[in-house]
Write a new protein. Structure first.
Length: 69
């Protein structure tokens, strides 16, 4: 799969996923955004590997969660 297409698809999924987050707290939103950005970053850095995407999402989610504390 083309890397640019994969990154764009992941970004679109995050944007559409966040559209339903009106009832979330700021910390929850930051966690979700961090996970989405981390997933895209992990995917891009590892050439689209599943482990890189999941690892990036986990790290990004933790960072996003901690930012609002």
């Amino acid at each position: 799969m083309n890397m640019k297409l994969a990154a764009n698809a992941a970004a679109a999924a995050v944007i559409f996923g966040l559209a339903g987050c009106s009832g979330m707290s700021t910390q929850d939103k930051n966690t979700a955004i961090g996970a989405g950005v981390g997933a895209v970053g992990g995917s891009v850095l590892t050439g689209g590997s599943t482990a890189g995407t999941v690892g990036g999402a986990a790290v990004g989610g933790v960072i996003g969660h901690e930012i609002s504390k």
